[in-house]
Design a protein around this ligand. Structure first.
Ligand code: AMP
Length: 214
């Protein structure tokens, strides 16, 4: 089973992705994590990625498509995908990327089986993202209001992503609406989309996802 998680930043994709991958034994593909890992290097390309991400913009299609292709077609990864299926979070984000992915998968005798569209309104997104914190040791995502870290997690181990500041979130939302939202129609035409209410509490949202995937 190959799944795409679609939805605005802050809709709960990251949290849902971790749970789904665990339960359905899917191979995770987190576009943002791949880019953050690449930008932690010290070369010019890393600097270029950092500037784009910190402004809330999107990496050009060619650049991200190339990285995705390299990642997905490596021997171990393609085997994992063929055996277990894959979950895409944060990719594709444009029609051009979706078209590229469709071809890449079909070249490897694969296809997308389901697109989970997590919807949530803008005001809730902003409230949720500014309270988002990540544990630097585990990568676990918390929300200071709705999903606070357990007592054993130290405050100094939590960090806020640079692109989670309010003025950058607004830019990311505008770009999402312009570039990524058209994908809902793209995948609706292929009868792949199921809608999920991203404003629900994590467990409740995950129950809804489970119902769909069952
Ligand atoms: P995310 O962690 O998915 O919110 O991604 C963080 C940032 O990485 C985004 O705001 C973009 O700047 C960049 N990014 C992630 N995925 C893509 C993509 N598919 N295409 C272009 N840029 C991306």
């Amino acid at each position: 089973m190959n799944i795409i998680l679609l939805g605005p930043p802050g809709a709960g994709k990251g949290t849902a992705a971790k749970e789904i991958c665990k339960l359905y034994n899917l191979f995770p593909f987190y576009a943002g994590d791949l880019l953050r890992e690449r930008m932690s290097k010290t070369d010019d390309f890393a600097k270029y990625i950092r500037e784009i991400i910190n402004n809330g913009a999107l990496l050009p299609n060619d650049a991200i498509n190339k990285m995705v292709e390299e990642f997905l077609t490596s021997d171990t990864n393609i085997e994992n995908i063929k055996n277990n299926g894959i979950l895409f979070d944060g990719y594709p984000r444009t029609i051009e990327q979706a078209t590229f992915l469709e071809k890449l998968l079909s070249d490897n005798n694969q296809k997308i089986d389901k697109v989970l569209y997590l919807y949530i309104d803008d005001a809730k997104i902003i409230k949720r993202i500014v309270a988002r914190r990540i544990d630097k040791n585990t990568g676990n995502i918390y929300n200071l209001i709705s999903n606070p870290p357990p007592p054993n997690v130290k405050t100094e181990d939590l960090y806020q992503r640079d692109d989670d500041k309010e003025y950058i979130i607004k830019n990311r939302l505008n770009i999402y609406k312009k570039m990524t939202e058209p994908l809902i129609d793209f995948y609706n035409k292929r009868h792949l989309v199921s809608e999920v209410d991203g404003s629900k509490e994590v467990q409740e949202m995950f129950c809804d996802i489970n119902e769909i995937l069952k």
